[in-house]
Design a protein. Sequence first.
Length: 242
Amino acid sequence: MFDQMTVPVIAGLTVLGLLFIMAVLAKLFRKAGPHEALIIYGLRGTRIVKGGGTIIYPMIEQCRELSLELMSFDVAPQQSLYTKQGVAVTIEAVAQIKVKSDPESIRTGAEQFLTKRPEQREGLIRLVMEGHLRGIIGQLTVEQIVKEPEMVADRMRSTCADDMNKMGLEVISFTLKEVRDKNEYITNMGRRGRQSPSRPGARRCRNRFAHQASGSGTRPRHQESRVPRNHQARSSAGRQSL
């Protein structure tokens, strides 16, 4: 009787033990989604897991997530930026940046931003981009900034590349939202652009009017020269009749 009851008990305890071990392993196992990388550090050194999973041993290892998602934020310096012509302009732009996916860049990004909150991370990146934007605007005219925004974006991406690489980042896009100034330079520039140039027909018309005006101005001189001759003719005819 004792033997018959022992077997089910042992089997039940074994099943419970296996379930407990599986639950513990499931709790220790961490998976990395496609949008993040796991940074594991501790007794076994620093490991990076991307697109997979690993077991985190408690008390001897810790794990943090580093987002690989796209970060979008405004780049709008509070102070005016001065162009090549010395015109003060205010610029608002949008930048999209992300941590690069190669292991070296992920390690570099972890060193720079792993313990920082998202707003702190964006603040550091924004300071770097605003500094580069100020330097680029100082090399361009207002006309170039307004009419060639893609050129400004290309310069920003190429200029920021080195500093972004040092932080494990890459600039996906940079777009100008608005360019304005307090002295209405841009508004006057648009007005000048809307003014149509003089047409050849209009010039010919003005020349014709000028010719007519000049002709009318000479006509009285001819009349004045003829009037004395007519008067002299009538005067001589009168004397002969007398």
